[in-house]
Design a binder for this molecule. Structure first.
Ligand code: FES
Length: 105
C-alpha cells in the first residue's frame, strides 16, 4: 500500500545538490534531487554499500557515490557506473502548497 509522506518544504531542496530527508514513518533516509526544476526521490543508501548518497555529488541527473565512485541516474534509479549494479529504488513525488510529499510503498 502506498503512503503519502510529508518530506520537507520545496524551498529546502537545492538545485544541483542532493538533499537527505528522514521521514518518521521510515527507518532509513531518502534522498531528494532537483534536476532542471523537477524533483526526484530515491533511497539514500547506495546499493553497493551502506553509504549515504546525499553525501555524494550530483552532476545533472547522475548522483555519484562518495565511497567507490559508483553512480546512479536519479530519474530512473538505474546504476550507471561500476561498481554499482543494482538499481536504486525510486519513488513518486508530489508538491502541494510548497510542501514535498513522497509516495512510498
Ligand atoms: S558504496 Fe557506493 S559505490 Fe561502493
Amino acid at each position: 500500500m502506498t503512503k503519502r509522506i510529508l518530506l520537507c518544504e520545496i524551498s529546502d531542496v537545492p538545485e544541483g545538490r542532493p538533499h537527505q530527508v528522514c521521514a518518521p514513518e521510515r527507518d532509513d533516509a531518502l534522498a531528494l534531487y532537483k534536476v532542471d526544476g523537477e524533483l526526484y526521490l530515491t533511497d539514500d543508501l547506495c546499493t553497493h554499500g551502506l553509504v549515504s548518497l546525499s553525501g555524494g555529488e550530483l552532476e545533472g541527473k547522475i548522483i555519484h557515490c562518495p565511497l567507490h565512485g559508483g553512480a546512479f541516474d536519479v530519474t530512473t534509479g538505474q546504476a550507471t557506473e561500476f561498481p554499482c549494479k543494482r538499481a536504486l529504488r525510486t519513488y513518486a513525488v508530489e508538491v502541494e502548497d510548497g510542501k514535498v510529499f513522497g509516495l512510498i510503498n
